[in-house]
Write a protein that binds this ligand. Sequence first.
Ligand code: HEM
Length: 136
Amino acid sequence: MIALIKAFHLVLVMILLTIPIVLLFLNLKKPQDYLDLRHKMLRLALWLLGLLGLSGSLLVHPRHFTFHTPWILAAYFLVFIGAILIQYPYRQYKILGTRNLPLSSSFLWLERGTLILSFVLFIGIIHDAVTKQTFI
Ligand code: HEM
């Protein structure tokens, strides 16, 4: 059962990593298109972070860690920061979707920033989980 939860955790990680890459590509190549898809992908990323927190928490004791282990505490913190970052473009798409307005260049720059930062955070969490150490 634990092996299954870990496999599930890793599948979620793989899906999560593709989201900032695809969204960054759309932001750069098709900045005014696929707005509904982009909104849904951001929502999916938020769900994935929640499910990763849940599946990760279920792994802590069976894999002989504690909730005070530094890299696990860091994972909770970074997941929280990642969710806050993703909330921003997610909410903007929600507002803009109802008004049918074009995306401003300042929003597109901010979206790029949040996507790159969240991708770096995810890589940091993976680094910590693999090495069992915090990256800073
Ligand atoms: C608060 C959320 C999270 C907690 C509590 C958590 C906890 C854990 C635990 C306990 C393991 C098992 C480690 C082992 O078997 O040695 C694990 C594995 C892993 N987690 Fe998470 N995790 C969380 C979120 C994430 C996120 C967001 C990512 C990626 C973006 C991630 C990536 C990984 C990877 C790549 C592994 C496999 C590491 C390995 O076996 O070498 N985790 N996680």
